[in-house]
Design a protein around this ligand. Structure first.
Ligand SMILES: Cc1cc2nc3c(=O)[nH]c(=O)nc-3n(C[C@H](O)[C@H](O)[C@H](O)COP(=O)(O)OP(=O)(O)OC[C@H]3O[C@@H](n4cnc5c(N)ncnc54)[C@H](O)[C@@H]3O)c2cc1C
Length: 571
């Protein structure tokens, strides 16, 4: 007998950074039935949990969508890899574990575009509510939230990371002990989503704490094919569940809302598959149009990053740490103490800086890794004693797109990132690379400096450096913006994340960002999930307690509005 379709208050598509946070908050309301659908499997793969394992999950199709861009016109026609998590926790299960919220002006900018409620002052309470800062609460940090965030412990700090920070300070940057605090600029240690030597993904934090709630149903291996739309309202979803070699088609219905948390590639893909998007493109693929929204899949922004590989000697790098005997020691250290090489994130230390004097806030970020590789005479890369600083431009002007190429939900969409499309983007990347070289040339590294493996000191002119960037730069994996929030013609969702023109359908993930944040994108995606939960519950008439501090801000805002409208009325 076929299953009877189930009915829920909320159907969430995608158990990633944002989706897990959303599921956690919504299912706290015991009266609400929540369904969370995840295309990928459970997060059993040990490489997910061992921090350094991210080097292996980056290309593992068992837990990763393994997307790639179309040939990039300004990158010598190269296709760039776009890993995205396809597993519980989504991309937070395969990411670099660096916890960064972005710059306060990012959010003030969103708000200035007309997105009420998204100023820094108004999103900070959501960042804090989600957070458990292991070292304790503060003006900028929360304690007691589901998401574990911690500083690099002194005993785990690498000598080389210290040297790099010293070198950056000698190059004129301030030391910064909290990139998520009052000021972002400077050099310092990152905060991490690592606890006791293990990754703290959204699945291991938010989901783990709510999975057993009786009002939450979680289905993994459930690829949502489309949103069911009737008379302009989302009423449920159709999805496929793998059964052996077959795929069983299922439906789930919602009396409340459907929320897409599929991420920057899959959320616009799902909208298009469901008949929401550019009319011509959808009709060409034989998809019935429910709502013409030309902005779906547009406005794609990403951080392009370029490596500077500096040879070093006389200081420990991964080259020494991965020699067979030391590797064995590292393995034992991990097993018995949860410390050592295997607990290393993508970067322990980093820098936010301004690439030119005209910038009023940092527009470039460095991730610093104590590892390098060098080409042997046959061109094969092998680990070498040295270090890599990878630098990205934080607020690129270039815009790309994601669009389906077929009506088959299993088919990967076309991704055109369009990196380096503008002169500003090209100039900033060149200037940013020069700054990395300046840091590596600082006195703190005099005793250790070897040759520059890449780009190689023979590359000095802007043209030579730009050519190196075109031929070697990669994504630092922060794509955003393909279902942008706003009220202009290209906006996909409004400030309450409701899809324009379709009732009971929202998007909540990194795709809603109108402009990319100045930093890594997991923490902002979590904040978006947190905030969406409150908006959903409020709009359903459920009384909720707002995160600490927000009540006061809302009251102040209402008062100002009241005063303004009062002033108009008496005029
Ligand atoms: C290698 C790498 C390193 C990174 N390092 C960092 C870092 O150190 N710090 C940081 O802040 N950010 C980092 N990022 C970026 C960050 O992790 C992401 O921006 C963030 O996780 C995106 O969250 P999201 O909720 O938008 O989407 P995701 O976390 O990608 O979640 C989307 C989920 O939806 C599921 N899904 C998609 N389509 C469907 C469907 N049709 N049906 C059912 N389920 C579906 C997916 O499988 C996935 O689980 C990194 C990214 C990568 C790839």
């Amino acid at each position: 007998m076929p299953d009877t379709p189930q009915e829920y208050d909320y159907i969430i598509v995608g158990a990633g950074s944002a989706g897990c946070a959303l599921a956690y908050r919504l299912s706290r309301e015991a009266s609400r039935r929540v369904l969370l659908l995840e295309a990928g499997p459970r997060d059993y793969n040990p490489m997910i949990h061992i921090p350094l394992g991210f080097a292996f999950t980056m290309k593992n199709a068992a837990v990763n969508w393994c997307y790639e861009t179309d040939p990039e016109p300004n990158m010598n026609g190269r296709k760039l890899a776009w890993p995205r998590g396809k597993v519980l926790g989504g991309t937070s299960s395969i990411n670099g574990m660096v916890y960064i919220r972005g710059h306060r002006e990012d959010y003030d900018h969103w708000s200035s575009l007309g997105n009420t409620g998204w100023s820094y002052e108004e999103v900070l309470p959501y960042f804090k509510r989600s957070e458990h800062k292991a070292e304790g609460a503060g003006e900028y940090h929360g304690y007691g939230g589901p998401l574990w965030v911690q500083e690099v412990a002194n005993k785990d700090k690498l000598e080389l990371a210290d040297l790099f920070i010293q070198a950056a300070v000698q190059s004129g940057l301030p030391y910064n002990e909290d990139f998520n605090g009052a000021d972002q600029e400077g050099a310092g240690y990152y905060q991490l989503n690592i606890r006791n030597g293990l990754r703290q993904s959204s699945a291991r934090t938010f989901l783990k704490q709510c999975e057993k709630r009786p009002n939450l149903t979680l289905e993994t291996g459930a690829l949502t094919h489309r949103v069911l739309i009737e008379d302009g309202r989302a009423v449920g979803v159709e999805y496929g569940m793998k059964k052996g070699r077959d795929c069983e088609s299922k439906r789930a219905y919602s009396r409340g809302e459907v929320i897409l948390c599929g991420g920057v590639v899959n959320s616009p893909q799902l909208l298009e598959l469901s008949g929401v998007g550019n009319r011509e493109q959808l009709e060409a693929l034989g998809i019935k149009v429910h709502r013409e929204l030309p902005g779906v899949g547009e406005n794609l922004q990403d951080h392009l990053t370029i490596n500077v590989l500096q040879g070093l000697h006389g200081v420990n790098t991964f080259y020494e740490e991965t020699k067979p005997l030391t590797m064995l020691q590292n393995l034992l250290k991990f097993l018995f103490q949860r410390r050592g090489l295997l607990t290393h994130p993508a970067a322990q230390a980093g820098v936010f800086f301004r690439s030119s004097a005209q910038e009023t806030r940092p527009d470039a970020q460095i991730h610093f890794a104590p590892a390098a590789s060098e080409a042997d005479p046959r061109g094969n890369l092998k680990t070498a004693p040295g270090t890599t600083a990878t630098v990205c431009h934080l607020r690129p002007e270039s815009r790309g797109s994601v669009h389906i190429r077929s009506a088959d939900p299993a088919s990967h969409p076309n991704i055109r990132a369009n990196y380096l499309a503008t002169e500003v983007d090209r100039r900033t990347m060149v200037a940013a690379l020069r700054k990395v070289r300046e840091i590596f040339a600082s006195p703190a590294l005099d005793k250790y400096r070897g040759v520059e493996f890449k780009p190689g000191l023979e590359k000095q002119t802007d043209e030579e450096i730009l050519e190196y960037i075109r031929s070697e730069a990669e994504s630092v994996y922060h794509p955003t913006g393909t279902c942008k929030m706003g009220s202009d013609d290209m906006a996909v969702v409004d400030e309450r994340l409701r899809v324009h023109g379709i009732e009971s359908l929202r998007v909540a993930d990194a795709s809603i960002m109108p402009t990319i944040t100045s930093g890594n994108t997991h923490a902002p995606a979590v904040m978006i999930g947190e905030k969406c939960a409150d908006m959903l519950l409020q709009d359903a008439g459920i009384k909720i307690s707002l995160p600490e501090g927000l009540e006061r801000i809302s009251r102040a805002r209402k008062k100002t509005q009241h005063r303004k409208t009062g002033a108009v009325a008496t005029r």
